[in-house]
Design a binder for this molecule. Structure first.
Ligand SMILES: C[S@@+](CC[C@H](N)C(=O)[O-])C[C@H]1O[C@@H](n2cnc3c(N)ncnc32)[C@H](O)[C@@H]1O
Ligand code: SF4
Length: 481
């Protein structure tokens, strides 16, 4: 009897929480004090992503919590896949797709981790609905920035990749379903494509203005679209803005941000800056640091300090040929030596913050300078979510050279929780290619797949039936003559 009781109560938990000492250290680091859980994101948030994919967190794209329009917003928010993820997090277990945070938490690199911005929503049990929603539902964009890709910019997809438009499943019904959720929202974030060109964003904003105009709305924009419609929208809402500017030198700016006009963007930037200042909202400049512009970082920070803007550094790990971290060590040493000569001011909070972003970047460069002394590790960043997501090459005509090369990548991919094995994914693709019997279409697929996050493609192939797969491929890659 005693044995039964001991066994029963010592039954192993299916969860593996983060180590107690790490959790303790994390709790000490939290600005708002210690909490019971390491993360409150999945209890408070939904991210609507490309092709109808819905995640609980932008940093956990391994676990799909639903797919629109197959699942309604209600099904998704109150459904089993999200509950399962919440179950892991409720046990402080980061092994269910939360590898990004697990990596940083275990290394005790806590600064800037997404969960910290959700500590204010620790009282989730009292709220039935999400407080934060993030949207990246369309790739409609007017620019073809050199570091971007066809999944994020429709202009690149059309002009560079020469592919038909991506199917955007978010429709009027989606906006209607949002009505149940909008009154409960505190924050909404809009990414793109270019948000100020995306029709469904305007529809969502209209409903937000009608039902809950005080929502904190964040938009990251390329700054080129400032129509009367945009001005009208801004005047009605509570917007925080980030404008992406990768250089304040005309020639360089227009080289990186293909199709943009430097003078127009600068004028628009002043408008956006005045708007945010007049409402006491934060205005940021998003600088995507890459081989073309790293030397300008101190100058751009000075510009931000002068204009009262937060400097946001968007780390670029892909495409490889634009990223600094894949430079040889000697070159990175030169970068470090050059940048470290700059003494940035810190006479107020903004300057202090902007300087800290700069110093963090110097540390990052130093880290890779040391690391790359032993050779450049191209695989390293692939475990990292951002790299997986942004591993979309921009170079023209880049593609897998053959089916076999694609299959090898699939076999090597670190991906779990698939409905079928990776070998079955490969077999499914083989049947598909054979049945298409169309070499040109095959080339387009090998290029399209190369330019997309591989993990999403593998998951799609494993989730769809063979008929669905055939239909999707047909609509995306086979142009009717
Ligand atoms: C994809 S854009 C979407 C919003 C808007 N179109 C814009 O340019 O701000 C969001 C941010 O991602 C940055 N970005 C683009 N390509 C990137 C890459 N390969 N790595 C890191 N950031 C990138 C952009 O510069 C921009 O600041
Ligand atoms: S970075 Fe933004 S503006 Fe540039 S092409 Fe990509 S989505 Fe468009």
């Amino acid at each position: 009897m005693l044995d039964f009781i001991t066994k029963r109560f010592t039954k192993e938990s299916p969860y593996s929480p983060v180590a107690k000492d790490v959790f303790k250290a994390y709790n000490k680091h939290r600005p708002g004090g210690a909490k019971d859980l390491i993360c409150y994101v999945p209890f408070n948030s939904l991210t609507f992503s490309w092709l109808g994919k819905v995640y609980a967190c932008t940093y956990n794209r391994n676990i799909l919590v639903g797919e629109y329009p197959k699942d309604s917003l209600r099904d998704i928010w109150f459904g089993e896949p999200l509950k399962k993820l919440q179950g892991y997090i409720a046990h402080n277990d980061l092994n269910y797709g939360c590898q990004h945070c697990k990596y940083f938490v275990e290394k005790e690199k806590f600064t800037g981790l997404k969960p910290q911005s959700f500590d204010k929503y620790a009282d989730y049990k009292e709220h039935r609905y999400p407080r934060v929603m993030e949207f990246e539902i369309s790739n409609k964009c007017n620019l073809e920035c050199i570091m971007c890709n066809g999944n994020t910019s429709s202009a690149i997809r059309q002009n560079k990749d020469k592919l038909p438009p991506l199917a955007i499943p978010y429709d009027d019904k989606f906006v209607e379903q949002m009505r149940e959720f909008i009154p409960h929202l505190k924050e909404a974030k809009f990414f793109g494509g270019e948000p100020f060109l995306i029709h469904s964003y305007f529809q969502i904003w209209d409903v937000m203005m009608e039902m809950n105009p005080s929502i904190n709305i964040f938009v990251i924009t390329n700054g080129t679209v400032l129509t009367e419609k945009v001005k009208d929208l801004l005047s009605k809402g509570n917007f925080e803005l980030a404008v992406s500017i990768d250089s304040i030198r005309k020639e360089r700016y227009e080289f990186i941000r293909k199709n943009a006009n430097f003078e127009t963007t600068m004028q628009n930037l002043d408008y956006f800056n005045d708007y945010t200042k007049s409402r006491g909202r934060t205005m940021s400049l998003s600088f995507t640091t890459q081989r073309e512009n790293w030397d300008e970082m101190p100058e751009v920070i000075e510009f931000c300090n002068k204009k009262g803007m937060v400097f946001f550094n968007s780390f670029l790990t892909a495409p490889f040929d634009l990223s600094l971290i894949f430079l040889p060590s000697e070159k990175l040493k030169d970068v470090y030596t050059y940048l470290s000569k700059f003494e940035l001011p810190e006479s107020n909070e903004l300057e202090k913050y902007n300087k800290s972003v700069f110093l963090d970047y110097l540390k990052y460069i130093r880290h890779y300078e040391e690391k790359n002394r032993n050779g450049i590790d191209y695989s390293e960043q692939k475990d990292n979510y951002e790299a997986v997501i942004s591993e979309r090459s921009t170079a023209e005509n880049k593609k897998f050279s053959s089916r076999e090369e694609l299959y090898e990548k699939i076999r090597a991919a670190k991906i779990t929780d698939l409905k079928i094995t990776k070998e079955e994914v490969v077999a499914r693709l083989e049947v598909l290619f054979d049945s298409l019997n169309d070499l040109e279409a095959e080339e387009r697929i090998l290029s399209g797949v190369y330019n997309s996050p591989l993990d999403i493609m593998i998951r799609d192939v494993s989730n769809w039936t063979e008929e669905e797969l055939y239909a999707k491929v047909k609509s995306q890659y086979i142009t009717s003559a």
